[in-house]
Design a protein around this ligand. Structure first.
Ligand code: 4AD
Ligand code: MG
Length: 462
């Protein structure tokens, strides 16, 4: 008997058909004549209702068919009288693959807090909430590849292990096989990394950008999409120590082309989610955030506001708002500032440009004023910064000056600097934090709830 996935059955199932389904029991209710089982197989947020005639199925056979059990059912599809479902299954045979003891199964009851679910990360994908989040996450990842492929970009794999510190922020995890208790030492009393696996100190990457630039300067349009790691001790609802980043890099793009691409890209992804994840979004809208779908559509409705950092500082200073972190020209904007601009002042996403050079990375193109760089950050409602990017400094002398000013090592960066010696061209790129995107699209409040296994300070258990 043919096995169907529940998403297919609910869409195209024909009453009268004899079929097989497999899945996990979500709930069982009923009376002494009949049992109703809601079965979910992960293909959709919706369950298939299965009706067991208890004059056919013995009580003993039905006992292990309890919440959490993995089962296979054969039967006949019939039109459903129940609200909100087209078909249900009249069971003729049930096989229990694995029972789930009602006394110890942690998801026996509904309505657990998200905090509790984090402590059972191995089981939380079985909840409606995480099923929805993980399906949306998948669709967004797929849409990202589709967007770039359709727009002539090549997917480039950049290394996870690296010796360079792309963002110059020094928040990297070391990769080493040396004995932590007794590392080899140099005569000067330092750890001798020349004896380490790579013959030098190496770390997990914070960004694939520098390598993506090498690709863009050959292939024109490239993007990376991979895991990145930051050992910053920020225990916030928007920071992970391991997160995924999408980084397109475009030869011959200036900062305006960069912003146009970022806006088009984000709108494409949100549209894709609305089109392909309607059931999951409706569930999250209902359960967590009644404004979710309106907020997503709101982002699509208008062009993003574009303005200078300097202008943003003026708006914040004149707002009369008391911020936790004071605002003055030269400060790095905090998420309270970013959200004020987006949510209260403009009421739509904002792209800020021309930031002070002292708070941005060495590779950003310097403006003629000598104090700002052609950076652009995209700020979103509820999230704050969702994208950070810039036009890159393509001028060799200016880049070298900046490398020296910031006390970076020219020798270590020789390969990057080389690209400004040979066929250097204007180019730009940006980085989109994948989990921040998923956070925005799902309306979840904490970034730990949009990645299957969050890595945060003091937490890498499973
Ligand atoms: O602004 P960031 O640090 O920019 C870069 O890394 C550039 N190399 C990108 C580029 O131009 N190719 O990071 C980019 C984005 C941020 O806007 C944010 O969305 C996300 O990455 N991000 C984080 N997401 C989760 N947890 C963290 N700790 C994050 N740090 C940055
Ligand atoms: Mg940034």
């Amino acid at each position: 008997m043919k096995r169907f996935r529940i998403s297919d059955l609910l869409l195209n199932g024909k009453p009268g058909e004899q079929i097989t389904v497999m899945g996990w029991v979500r709930t069982k209710r009923g009376n002494k004549n009949v049992a109703f089982v809601a079965l979910n197989d992960g293909s959709t947020i919706n369950n298939l209702q299965i009706v067991f005639d208890l004059s056919v199925f013995a009580e003993e056979a039905m006992r292990p068919v309890s919440t959490g059990a993995g089962i296979r059912v054969e039967g006949k599809l019939v039109e459903s009288m129940g609200k909100g479902q087209s078909v249900e299954l009249q069971a003729s045979l049930v096989e229990v693959f694995g029972a789930a003891d009602p006394d110890t199964y942690p998801l026996q009851k509904k309505g657990h807090s998200l905090e509790f679910l984090r402590s059972i990360a191995h089981l939380r994908p079985r909840t409606n909430t995480f099923g929805a989040v993980l399906r949306i996450r998948h669709h967004l990842a797929f849409a990202i590849h589709q967007y770039f492929h359709q727009n002539g970009f090549y997917y480039m794999h950049t290394p996870v292990i690296t010796a360079s510190d792309a963002e110059g922020a020094g928040q990297m995890f070391r990769v080493s096989v040396l004995d932590a208790a007794h590392p080899p030492m140099t005569p000067e009393g330092k750890v001798d990394f020349s004896q380490d696996f790579f013959g030098r100190e190496s770390r997990l990457t914070v960004s694939g950008q520098l390598e993506a630039e090498l690709g863009a300067l050959a292939l024109g349009l490239v993007y990376t999409f991979g895991p990145t790691f930051r050992a910053e001790n920020s225990n916030t609802p928007r920071h992970l120590a391991e997160f995924w980043m999408i980084e397109p890099e475009m030869a011959f793009f200036d900062i305006h082309d960069d912003m146009d691409l970022a806006e088009d890209f984000l709108k494409y992804l949100i549209t894709f989610a609305l089109d392909h994840c309607a059931d999951d979004l409706a569930f999250l809208n209902e359960m967590y955030d009644k404004e979710l779908i309106d907020r997503l559509k709101g982002v699509l409705a208008n062009p993003f506001m574009r303005l200078d950092y300097t202008e943003a500082i003026r708006i914040l200073q004149e707002s009369g708002k008391k911020f936790e972190f004071p605002v003055e020209w030269g400060c790095d904007l905090q998420s309270e500032h970013e959200r004020y601009l987006v949510e209260q002042h403009f009421g739509k996403p904002v792209i800020l440009t021309n930031y002070p050079k002292d708070i941005k990375a060495f590779y950003m193109k310097q403006n003629d004023d000598g104090r700002t760089v052609r950076a652009m950050d995209v700020l979103f409602p509820r999230i704050g910064e969702i994208i950070g990017g810039s036009q890159r400094e393509e001028n060799l002398e200016k880049l070298l000056n900046r490398v020296r000013e910031m006390g970076m090592s020219e020798e270590e960066m020789w390969w990057y600097i080389d690209t400004r010696k040979f066929g250097s061209v204007p180019h730009s790129g940006f980085g989109l934090g994948f989990e921040r995107l998923v956070l925005f699209v799902t309306g979840m409040a904490n970034i730990r709830d949009v990645i299957p296994f969050p890595r945060t300070p003091q937490n890498a258990d499973f």
